[in-house]
Design a binder for this molecule. Sequence first.
Ligand code: NDP
Length: 241
Amino acid sequence: MSSAETPTGRSVLVTGGNRGIGLAIAQAMAAAGHRVTVTHRSGEPPAGLSGVICDVTDPASVDAAFKEVEEKQGPVEVLVSNAGITDDTLLLRMNEDTFTRVLDANLTGSYRVAKRAASGMLRKRWGRMIFISSVVGLSGGAGQANYSSSKAGLVGLARSIARELGSRNITANVIAPGFIDTDMTRALPDARRDEIRKQVPAGRYGDTADIAAAAVFLASDGAGYITGAVLPVDGGLGMGH
Ligand code: NDP
């Protein structure tokens, strides 16, 4: 077993970990030997995982969730900022609320959880922040000015954190998934899904496990010298960006 695979039993928090990519990341982190909590906005946490209620658009809710995680499994050592939404429409039809609502959930939400996680990581002199961006954060996407802006913003956020906290053994990296088979992309019409698939060199949609594997690697001791990186996991869709 290489050092990248050695279970280190870190305290991991995955936002939006009740379904889709976040759930796959949480399950893979648990399988790698970490103590994992997911955030969910309502109902019960997914089977076999610890959960805390959290809405990343609400600073008080973020703070309460972190306090609960700290009591349950210790300060967050690995933060996966995954919670995100889309609200697609063409620029001329996109009103300010549609723009700012997506920015608030995807980018400001990530700032909120990163800031809250940073103090514990600083005390520990160890931390991993992983931000789930998107291929369209780098390439842009028609009808996605709000979403693409929020996902591009995550690159600036992560790289600033990498510069600020790098000397304290805290890394901040971005994963840029391509099209992954989840509720988010299942909402697209079949014709659009086929069109997208044809553009992917790998010839298929990604699986949530493809993103989870990258996240587990970035959280590992073996990835300690990787920071400020944008790791595309997109079947080759974004090559050149
Ligand atoms: P899903 O729509 O399947 O899941 C989104 C998750 O985010 C849910 O757990 C949802 O919680 C949570 N969430 C949304 N808003 C908030 C909020 N305000 N506070 C807390 N949690 C919230 O999406 P995916 O799994 O597909 O996407 C996960 C991440 O990956 C997102 O950031 C997305 O932008 C990104 N991504 C996805 C791609 C894809 O092809 N699927 C491609 C590139 C990036 P709830 O269940 O309560 O709604």
